[in-house]
Design a protein around this ligand. Structure first.
Ligand code: ADP
Length: 397
């Protein structure tokens, strides 16, 4: 099976070709283009590079193209990327302006360039479908909810991978199996294993979120209607009282567009530190005595712990805390601070193991009741796997 994963931005296109069966997909070749104006042209160029490199003999060998779509108004899950998906991505473009139009156009282009390939959309919101209404609903009037104002949750591909992998690491094959089939099997029945499995996954990168995972499915996440909420992001605000927007418009004389620009481009770690949106630069600024940079780190850690604590309480305990993505995999100091002072709750870090960066590892002490894992994110592999699972299901169905 050959699966192409297409990563589309408003002016960029990256791809990775995977080969193997559903459980052994391996990346064969990858590439990317910036400042794209004609998507059909770069898709054709990418296909000829794959032929030149002898990864494919003809474009017809590509069984499927997987897309990590962000959110839709009426759609979620892992589904055929058809006309209705394209229309829905366009209808909800307001909430994901950088991504939804790019994916709508990209899916359209692929359907023309590769008419024989199956096109599959894996929504970033998919993992949250089974979360309780109480965690998904904002206390807004019904008309707002009906218009799509609800808590969606994001980074679903990454957190689902953590759900699967951490269940494997904990020897909970019952849960790992459930996670693997999550989007392809009927989940209408309540699922209560003999022993619960409670995971909190911290995806900490340029964009960050914390997700509580109960028995393999998300029970809540720090991101809500859009990827704006939750933790302070690289340059996006994270949680903010809704009254602040009108207040800033009146007090600072800003237009709504300018408020939105500042909240999405000049806030988060950049806004707090006044220095950079990159955590490595923020640490350097702290060495130089920048107190605002120190506050940026403190706020991030505070916010991570806030959500970890909330989900731990809601799930009635914690079996594993997981760190993933750029900061989660590499920033040993953030991990140490998130885990500090929790011995009384049964979480003890192995400080030696915690110094290891960028690879899968158990960083909790032997006698820690709560395990702490570092699990590298590989979102392209997740899209390829889910696309493979979708195909296997579609063939068997
Ligand atoms: P994105 O969300 O854009 O995919 P990443 O997951 O790559 O981003 O995370 C970017 C963040 O991770 C940045 O703040 C960066 O400083 C941090 N990061 C990446 N690599 C390292 C590293 N080796 N050490 C410390 N921080 C790192």
């Amino acid at each position: 099976m050959k699966i192409l994963v297409a990563n589309l931005g408003s002016t960029s296109f990256k791809y990775c070709l995977f080969e193997g069966d559903e459980s052994s997909l391996k990346p064969m070749t990858r590439g990317g283009y910036e400042r794209v104006t004609d998507y059909a042209e770069v898709i054709r160029d990418a296909l000829s590079k794959m032929k030149e490199g002898e990864f494919i003999e003809s474009a017809d060998e590509i069984d499927a193209v997987g897309f990590k779509t962000v959110l839709g108004l009426d759609k979620t899950g892992c589904v055929a990327a058809d006309e209705s998906v394209i229309a829905d991505l366009r209808a909800s473009a307001d909430l994901a302006p950088a991504h939804n139009p790019a994916y709508a156009n990209g899916i359209e282009q692929f359907s023309q360039v590769l008419p024989k390939a199956r096109l599959v959309a894996l929504y970033e919101t998919a993992f949250y479908q089974w979360a309780a209404p109480a965690s998904r609903r904002y206390a807004v009037p019904q008309s707002w909810f009906d218009a799509g104002v609800r808590r969606n949750g994001f980074h679903g591909a990454s957190h689902k991978f953590i759900a699967e992998r951490s269940a494997e690491l904990l020897g909970r094959d019952d849960i790992a199996d459930r996670v693997r089939g999550l989007y392809q099997e009927d989940r209408s029945q309540a699922f209560e294993p003999e022993k619960p499995l409670r995971i909190v996954s911290c995806h900490l990168g340029g964009s960050s979120s914390v997700t509580g995972i109960l028995n393999g499915a998300a029970m809540d996440s720090s991101m809500g209607l859009s990827p704006q909420s939750g933790l302070p992001q690289n340059n996006r605000v994270g949680d903010l009282d809704s009254m602040a927007i009108g207040y800033a418009m009146r007090k600072l004389g800003l237009s709504l567009e300018e408020v939105e620009r500042q909240l999405t481009k000049e806030s988060g770690l950049l806004g707090l530190s006044g220095e950079s949106n990159d955590i490595r630069d923020i640490w350097k600024a702290i060495e130089g005595g920048n107190e605002n940079a120190a506050l940026a780190i403190d706020s991030l850690v505070y916010s991570i712990r806030h959500y970890v604590g909330a989900y731990m309480l809601e799930m009635g305990g914690l079996d594993a805390l997981v760190f993933t993505a750029g900061i989660g995999e590499n920033d040993t100091e953030i991990r140490k601070r998130v885990c500090s002072g929790l011995e009384g709750l049964g979480l003890k870090l192995d400080l030696e193991q915690n110094t290891i960066r960028g690879k899968e590892n158990t960083i909790s002490a032997e006698d820690s009741a709560i395990k702490v894992f570092v699990i590298p994110a590989n979102e392209e592999l997740v899209v390829a796997r889910e696309t493979g699972r979708f195909l296997a299901h579609a063939v068997n169905a």
